[in-house]
Design a protein. Sequence first.
Length: 373
Amino acid sequence: MKRPLVVVAAAALALVTPALAGLPQVQGRAYLIEDGQTGEVLAQYHQRARVPIASLTKLMTVLLTLERTKPNDIVVVAPGAAEVGESTIGLRAGQKLTVRELLEGALIQSANDAADALAFYVGRGSETRFVAMMNARAKQLGLTDTHYERPDGLDAPGHVSSARDVTILARLVMRHPLVRSIVRRRSATISTGRVLHTWNDLLATFPGVFGVKTGHTSAAGWNEVASVNRGGVVVYGTILGSPDRATRNDDLAGLLRWGLARYRRIPVIRATRIYAKVQLGYGRAPVGLVPERRVVRAVRIDRPLVQRVVSQAVASLPVRTGDRLGEIRVYQGARLLARQQLVAKRSVAVPGALGKVGFYMTGTARHMWGWVS
């Protein structure tokens, strides 16, 4: 039977930190770079500034559509959607398309008529009703910098959001597998015969980018929220109000590179390392405890890791290889990065009768020597 006594140990491990480049110079009204898994802000400039966001608006239109429809639902294009201008895919009133096709139009081509067709459909024939739903959902999500006037993002007085709100919304929308499958595509063909082409230039020029949305109007400038995954390191970047398309692309790429450089994938728990030792009876040598398996995680290189080991102080024999006798947890700040059981590295049997006699005789001799010395 194993004894309940435990030993707790904690150790801070400093990571080898290479020289880190400073933030790139960015032209724009606002930007935000954050950890795509935790939401931790890595860098920001005017992240709460309330500014026009152009077609980044469509992220909310898409979210409401996903929450209230099925991809194969049939949508009849409303006249109001067919009449909208600027970026369109030439929809005509009365055409029938699936929700999936209209989502592709709104996300890949950034088509205003596709977004408005979804708005009329979800709003049961009323774009005004749909916009009210957009604002109600923004309030529920805590997007306090956001107010919508249109479902497509065309310029309208009072239609604003912020880099913070846009990034929160993008991360939420990207939880949907259908969205993730659409926004990583550079082109698609829908049933009308229209070939869709993305406005997201980084999909072709920045390895690891897998979304999310671009936008441009005269009032908003050139905007984008992008997501990148490099070896399990996920970073989101949003830039609002760039002066032109090329500057937006270059500045956002620079911010994404800067964010990725803050992380490394490293083994935070090593399978062969002995993290603790447990005492055994009958004078047997302590048995080392190793993790059940190796764990690799993406970690911030500018923050130490803390290992917390909890193990039994003493174990009763026999001990078999793989017996669970402890646990290791690895933290970075308050975040739990990894957790593994610690198991015996080797087996140790109960000694035979002669072994036990020898152990007790040795112990008795030591006590007697202590009395006379």
